[in-house]
Each structure stands twice: as structure tokens, then as C-alpha cells.
Design a binder for this molecule. Structure first.
Ligand code: FES
Length: 352
């Protein structure tokens, strides 16, 4: 069950003009709760002017082997007008306390022998840095190819950390950087990394059919383009894992649903249940939150997956889903923040 605790900021490292890495100290009694898999994220919560805001940030540090973590490091990039990222870049200081949710997310790779690859854009490097660093340190029979795309070298997050991996694992780590607004010396032309470009580039870089797992992370356009390129090259969907960081409004069609006039949702959360009427126009998460403020969520935008629940009974329609893999939806999981009732009675279980 996801919970919030107050954690102290132990370091603030400026990565680029518009991004920082925050290191949070985890007191010994809380360490088990903050044990994380490489690739997971943390939701940070802040109340300003009477309004609560939450944002999720991926953990960039490698997952410790065996022990629970004593620190957590996350990467934060400034988003234009972003309420939390502006605060993080301009105000958060050493010694401040932040409200931090326990780790969540299924964009993870438990270390195992094999060949893996990632295609990331911008701040999408953050979870992948944790995945690669953990994998190469723990699994000598693993190889990783990282293809990253950024605007310019100066705006590239975790440049040093990635270069360090290249020095430590020259045989097992392959790095390809594509800059969209800058000429490079390495022979790669500048420009965006889209489907067409990846379709030509990937087979020249690595044996595509031998890759056991692909990790795509970044803005919506890049992730969708990379997935289409991989599918076009014959990669099975089950080998492709994705996490979308930004979705532009209007990017994805929103389903129109005619909800029954009097729907109720029954929800089980942390062992306790309740049944409440769904008000017109609200998502099932909003209904549950009015009655159970401890219900888990972070983005409310169908992106982070924190509000995942099992649909026990009834039928729902999701406005959009950028978080659940098709196996999860087939197994009966939904995003509560995107779900609207189709039947009069809907039952959700947040504990499964
Ligand atoms: S709260 Fe992020 S997907 Fe629902």
C-alpha cells in the first residue's frame, strides 16, 4: 500500500540549466518501505495556496543489492509553468523536508542475463539510468544499448553518470546520442529521432531480433514512434516496455461515455471497503477520494499508473491509458483516474 512520509533533502545537484537531482535521506525505520526496483518512481506531494499537487519523479540511482536504500535520488526537469518543478528548481534546499510516497511503477527490469536496449528522450533517461546501472553492476552476463535523444549537449541530463557507465563497462554498454538541434562529431546527423529514422538506425546498431527487452521512455511522440519502429522490425509487443513522461493535451482521443444515471462504486482499499454514488462527470478515483482521501494517485492523467486497481465487478471505460500494459488490462486492471462507470454497479480493489 502506497504511503507518504516526510524525507529530508540530503543533496541538491544541478544537472543542467533546467534540471536538478534531489537526494533524499531515508531514516532507518522507513528503509524497508522505500525498497525499490530499478525504474520505479516516487510521487512528491505539496500543498500550496490550499491546493494539493502531486508529481511523480523517477528514481535515477541504482537499486542497492540486498540492503534497503538509505538514500533515494530523483531527477526533476523544469516544465513550462510546472507548479512542482518550478518549486523544485527554485526553492527546494538542503535540509528541507518533502512529502514522498513509497516507490511505485512497473517500468522495471530485474537484473538477468541477456541483451537489453533503451530508447529515451530528454528526462526519459532518469529511470533508465537506474535500470542500466543496476543491471550492469549485478549481472555480468548482461549487455545494454542506450539510444538517447536530446536537444543539445548542454541540455542533456546525467551526462557524467552515463559517461561513467561507458568507462566502467566498455564491453557491455553501448551508447548512442542523437542531438536534435546540434551537429555532432560522431557522424550522426542532427534531427529528431522518429519512427523512420529509428527503422533505419536500429538494425545498423545492434541485432534487433536478439534483444530480450526494449525500454522506451520520454515524451509521447518519441515513445509511440519508437514502438512503431520496433513493431515494424518484427519485435514482439511482449518485449517492449514503455513509460511516457509528457502527454500533450489533445494528443490522444478521449472516449465518450454515456454513464448510467445512478452508478455506485464499491472500493476496497487497505483492507477496508465502502460503497458510494458516482457524481456525474467524475472519475471513479474522484468518487473514492471524496470518501477515502488515502486512495493512491499522482498524475490523474493516465500516465503514472499509481491509481491502478483491479476491476472486481461491473464495467468501466477508460478515457486514456498510457500506463498499463495490455497484459494488465486483459488481466482486469484499470486506471481509476481514467475510469468512468458503464454499468450501474462497479467494484474496484486497490489492494490486489
Ligand atoms: S493517477 Fe497517474 S495514472 Fe491515474
Amino acid at each position: 500500500m502506497a504511503r507518504f512520509h516526510r524525507l529530508r533533502v540530503a543533496a541538491v545537484d544541478r544537472l543542467t540549466d533546467d534540471s536538478v537531482a534531489l537526494t533524499l535521506a531515508v531514516p532507518a525505520p522507513l528503509r524497508e518501505e522505500y525498497r525499490y526496483a530499478p525504474g520505479q518512481h516516487l510521487a512528491l506531494r505539496r500543498t500550496a495556496d490550499g491546493q494539493e499537487i502531486r508529481r511523480t519523479y523517477s528514481i535515477c540511482s541504482p537499486a542497492p543489492d540486498g540492503e534497503a536504500p538509505s538514500t533515494l535520488r530523483v531527477g526533476v526537469r523544469l516544465v513550462d509553468g510546472g507548479a512542482f518543478s518550478t518549486y523544485a528548481l527554485k526553492e527546494i534546499d538542503l535540509g528541507d523536508e518533502l512529502e514522498v510516497m513509497t516507490p511505485a511503477g512497473r517500468f522495471t527490469l530485474p537484473p538477468a542475463p541477456g541483451r537489453y536496449a533503451a530508447i529515451v528522450g530528454g528526462s526519459g533517461i532518469t529511470p533508465v539510468l537506474s535500470i542500466v546501472a543496476t543491471l550492469l553492476a549485478r549481472e555480468p552476463e548482461a549487455r545494454f544499448c542506450l539510444i538517447r535523444s536530446d536537444r543539445t549537449a548542454a541540455s542533456t541530463m546525467f551526462l557524467e553518470e552515463v559517461a561513467d557507465l561507458k568507462d566502467r563497462y566498455p564491453e557491455r554498454f553501448q551508447l548512442v546520442t542523437v542531438l536534435s538541434r546540434e551537429e555532432q562529431q560522431a557522424g550522426l546527423p542532427s534531427g529528431r529521432l522518429d519512427r523512420e529514422r529509428l527503422t533505419g538506425l536500429l538494425p545498423a546498431l545492434l541485432p534487433v531480433e536478439q534483444v530480450d527487452g526494449w525500454f522506451l521512455c520520454g515524451p509521447y511522440g518519441l515513445v509511440v514512434g519508437a514502438e512503431r519502429a520496433l513493431r515494424g522490425l518484427g519485435v514482439a509487443r511482449s518485449r517492449i516496455h514503455q513509460e511516457i513522461f509528457h502527454v500533450d493535451t489533445g494528443t490522444a482521443p478521449v472516449a465518450t461515455v454515456s454513464a448510467p444515471a445512478h452508478s455506485t462504486v464499491t472500493a476496497r482499499l487497505d483492507g477496508r471497503g465502502g460503497t458510494w454514488p458516482v457524481r456525474s462527470g467524475e472519475s471513479l478515483l474522484d468518487t473514492v477520494l471524496r470518501n477515502r482521501p488515502d486512495a493512491p494517485y499522482a498524475c490523474k492523467g493516465g500516465v503514472c499508473g499509481t491509481c491502478r486497481a483491479f476491476l472486481v465487478a461491473g464495467e468501466v471505460r477508460m478515457d486514456r491509458n498510457f500506463a498499463l500494459e495490455s497484459e494488465e488490462t486483459q488481466a482486469g486492471y484499470v486506471l481509476a483516474c481514467q475510469s468512468r462507470p458503464v454499468t450501474e454497479k462497479v467494484e474496484l480493489d486497490f489492494d490486489r
